[in-house]
Ligand binder design. Structure first.
Ligand code: MOS
Length: 739
């Protein structure tokens, strides 16, 4: 099979639609009769709503309804939903309980957004307040063992005897690292437009990372059969995990539309993006390492805490990477959660792996320093040739090659072993590195490919392109397999009327959908060959199937290339509107019991720290990644750039702060919550190490959406240590911690 289109850089097929405003995002639909909703949020962290004074709001101009826990429509499936501990808690006005400050407690519907917002400000709420838990450190004594998220096994692992190994280790390091609460800040805010087509049928335009997933939740809550609910999310302006699961506003728009019997648009404000749609939980992590005098790891203990809400069990699985990243015979990991009166935490890019590698890879750097050993060399000698957690081979692993090419490009050899060795006036210069990794997963997916009579093709799969380039790489896979030009392929995604596609999460979307699209395309070709050889009117009539080639939109005899016809000629003669192929990807590795699948990589970072001001500037980054087959060099590079920049925010500036008395988010906008801007980001050199993985899936694809966000914060912290001699163990590395 030719592969001219898979691999090389290709610009986004949806680029022009996006820059000309023709790509419609969830909030940009305007069904007839549509009205607007605004959310009222609680102003106390815990208790219940006693009474809401709504008369003034109800009288305000343009107001159609003021919904509160007292009069909101009941959700048929709410009780069952809320009783399921693995479901994220959605505050949907089904009761009057308040479990965090900022929780939705009311919805105002009006003829304009401004009028709804104004009327919402007129509602006065009285509460019965209860004492709230707002401090993770204070709650550690009452912490509970962490559960797995959505049915995943709970974090934690044990092998060997870590206690004895630590006691007898020649060299030991022990440190506690913390990562703050972080908030996803996609450019496009969450939004939902709910339309009741009739009392039994619902359509929701909803900004999300997977329409079938959101439909499952909305149908369950509403008590409707899934087929009666249509969710549309064709273009998405970033998700980072906060659009993976549905949140209160989606179901509130459904309730509001029911109450006023009109389509209702509910768009979250930037402030609400910080309080209603999850966050990466604050972690406190302790890492203890033991090693021989030559640097062989003998013991690794990684334990700690993450915050969760009073009503949820979400845990940030930060110890998972410690189970498998290095060859170490004695390992113990375990985690606890502390329930706080805060919103529900959720997945955020590199969930577990990003904060976990900050702790582990910082500790490795501390161990290298204690051993007076090059930190890259320390990682090389502790390289895990097999997965030590499950005791089985990797599906493929090119980490040593990532170390090699990354170090070479970066010029790691020239680095001094001692910190504080390089300065430029009052600026101290240092470099650090860390390992990056992310599991190669995949989800259930179905794709349909149709070759049409005009020689063009349509591909349908309800996957999501959250800004990653999914439309483009799926187009490439279909075009390449079918042998038609990419501009003749129409990729349809983001609608539950299409065959179920994967969640754009877990870095698994491409690995899930591309093999299904390729297999469905292959079926189309087989079908065309079958049609031609059976058709007396075809120049290929009577040939054996293996003697017919499909190339460039034509069927060609292998032995006599003059015997040929185009796909379009065949379909026209047969009077067929199209030929269809349909294929599934099943979840998990086909031979998961035999191999462990991960993408691996390494970040090398140079920092310049102003000794007088304490400011940290990133001057260089080299990221070397091995992630199986790369489908599009351009969009893949962008994923690594975006992931690394996301990690720079984690390293240097991002921190969600809550008021310690009221539990209210104090950093609820982009003026207070600092994400990296262009001036913060240096040239990032992205290197892909070529990798052929015969086990992970039929196309050898691993994920690239999250790996670059892992390891990077540690690489920055390690570089800051190398520059200054100061170890910062609490993110973000702000100037007060460096001075
Ligand atoms: Mo991503 S945090 O797996 O949506």
């Amino acid at each position: 099979m030719s592969s001219k289109l898979i691999g090389p850089p290709m610009s986004r097929v949806d680029g022009k639609l996006k820059v000309t405003g023709k790509a419609l995002y969830a909030a940009e639909y305007n069904p007839p009769g549509m009205v607007y909703a605004a959310i009222i949020q609680s102003t106390v962290p815990r208790g219940s709503v006693l009474r809401m004074q709504t008369a003034e709001a109800e009288r305000a101009p343009g107001v159609l309804a003021v919904l509160t826990p007292r009069n909101a429509p009941k959700l048929a499936g709410a009780d069952k939903y809320m009783a399921n501990p693995i479901m994220p808690r959605l505050a949907a006005m089904q009761d009057s309980e308040v479990f965090y400050n900022g929780q939705p407690i009311g919805v105002v519907v009006a003829d304009t957004f401004e009028r709804a917002t104004h009327a919402a400000s007129l509602v006065r709420t009285f509460y019965v307040e209860k004492p709230a838990s707002l401090d993770l450190e204070a709650g550690m004594g009452g912490a509970e063992p962490a559960q797995g998220n959505f049915g995943a096994p709970p974090p934690g692992h044990e092998r060997g005897d870590v206690k004895a190994a630590l006691a007898s280790a020649a060299v030991r390091v022990e440190a506690t690292y913390t990562t703050p609460t972080e908030t996803h800040n996609p450019l496009e805010p969450h939004a939902a437009i709910a339309v009741w087509d009739d009392p039994e049928h619902l359509t929701v335009y909803d900004a999300n990372q997977g329409v079938h997933f959101v439909r499952m939740f909305l149908a369950q809550l509403s008590g409707l059969p899934p087929d009666n609910v249509r969710v549309i999310s064709r273009y998405v302006g970033g998700g980072f995990g906060c659009k993976a699961l549905p949140w209160s506003h989606s179901i509130l728009s459904v309730l509001a539309a029911k109450a006023v019997n009109r389509p209702v648009k509910l768009v979250l404000t930037r402030q609400q993006m910080n309080t209603l749609v999850g966050y990466r939980p604050h972690t406190v992590q302790k890492v203890e390492l033991g090693a021989t005098a030559k640097g062989k790891l003998t013991a690794l203990r990684h334990t700690g805490f993450s915050e969760t809400s009073e009503k949820d069990s979400f845990s940030e699985p930060f110890t998972n990477t410690s189970n498998m990243l290095y060859a170490c015979p004695n390992v113990h990991t375990s985690q606890k959660v502390v329930r706080l009166n805060a919103g529900t935490p959720t997945f955020m890019r590199g969930p577990g792996e990003a904060p976990g590698t900050y702790a582990l890879e910082s500790a490795l750097d501390e161990l290298a320093h204690a051993l007076k050993m090059d930190p890259l060399e320390l990682r090389r000698i502790n390289h895990a040739d097999m997965d030590p957690e499950h005791n089985r081979p990797w599906s493929s692993k090119s980490l040593l090659e990532c170390y090699r090419v990354g170090a070479e490009r970066f010029g790691w050899k020239k680095r001094s072993l001692q910190p504080r060795a390089t300065r430029d006036g009052e600026v101290l210069i240092g470099s650090g590195m860390a390992t990056a990794l992310f599991p190669a997963m995949r989800f259930q997916c179905t794709a349909t490919v149709r070759l049409l009579a005009d020689g063009s093709a349509t591909v349908q799969c309800a996957a999501a392109d959250i800004g990653t380039g999914a439309y483009t790489v799926f187009t490439q896979v279909a075009a390449d397999t079918l042998g038609v030009a990419p501009d003749k392929v129409r990729m349809e995604m983001g609608d539950t009327v299409l065959p179920p596609g994967p969640l754009a999460g877990g870095s698994a979307s491409t690995a899930s959908a591309a093999p299904a699209i390729q297999n469905a395309s292959k079926q189309v070709l087989q079908e065309l060959v079958k049609l031609a050889i059976a058709d007396t009117g075809s120049p290929l009539h009577g040939l054996a199937a293996q003697d017919v080639l499909t190339e460039g939109g034509s069927l060609v005899s292998r032995k006599d290339r003059k015997k040929a016809e185009t796909f379009a000629q065949l379909l026209a003669r047969k009077q067929l509107p199209h030929v269809e192929g349909k294929a599934d990807t099943v979840p998990e590795l086909p031979d998961k019991q035999k191999h462990s699948g991960y993408a691996f990589g390494a970040h090398f970072v140079e920092v310049r720290v102003d000794e007088v001001l304490g400011t940290v500037r990133i001057s260089r980054i080299v990221s070397a990644m091995a992630a199986g087959r790369i489908l599009n060099a351009k969009t893949a590079r962008s994923q690594i750039l975006g992931g690394a920049i996301f990690g720079l925010g984690m390293a240097l500036t991002e921190e969600t702060l809550r008021d310690p008395r009221l539990g209210r988010v104090m950093t609820a906008d982009l003026a207070e919550y600092h994400v990296p801007v262009h001036a913060d980001v240096p040239d990032i050199d992205v290197l892909f190490v070529e990798e052929v993985d015969p086990h992970v899936n039929s196309m050898g694809i691993k994920g690239i959406g999250e790996i670059a966000t892992t390891g990077i914060a540690a690489a920055v912290a390690n570089a800051v240590f190398h520059a200054t001699g100061k170890r910062v163990r609490d993110l973000p590395i702000t100037l007060d911690k460096v001075m």
